[in-house]
Design a protein around this ligand. Structure first.
Ligand SMILES: [Zn+2]
Ligand SMILES: [Zn+2]
Length: 95
């Protein structure tokens, strides 16, 4: 898994810098960041899921999130939304 020149998989998130958003690595020892016009380069890069801490690839959906989560975690959300829609679980109490 270890590759030359890289110590870790960057954990990308959208950071606010001045008036623009940049893709930055959230890990404490890392200063890696990408200016917004490099978003096409961020697309397809490996990152760490903010929900399960598993490895994932930044796809178009992930790029729309401030703190990207992997397709597996998104799937869980879909199931929860589906179940609440069907009245199986009720996210709002008191109704
Ligand atoms: Zn990093
Ligand atoms: Zn995940």
């Amino acid at each position: 898994m270890a590759t030359k020149g890289k110590r870790h998989t960057h954990k990308y998130y959208k950071a606010k810098s001045n008036y623009q958003r940049i893709w930055a690595c959230a890990l404490p020892d890392c200063n890696h960041h990408m200016p917004p016009h490099y978003e096409t380069l961020v697309h397809g890069k490996a990152t760490i899921c903010w929900k399960c801490d598993g490895p994932m690839v930044l796809d178009a959906e992930a790029l729309a999130m401030d703190k990207p989560i992997c397709p597996d975690c998104r799937g869980e959300n879909d199931i929860a939304a589906y179940l609440s829609e069907r009245g199986v679980i009720n996210p709002i109490s008191g109704r």
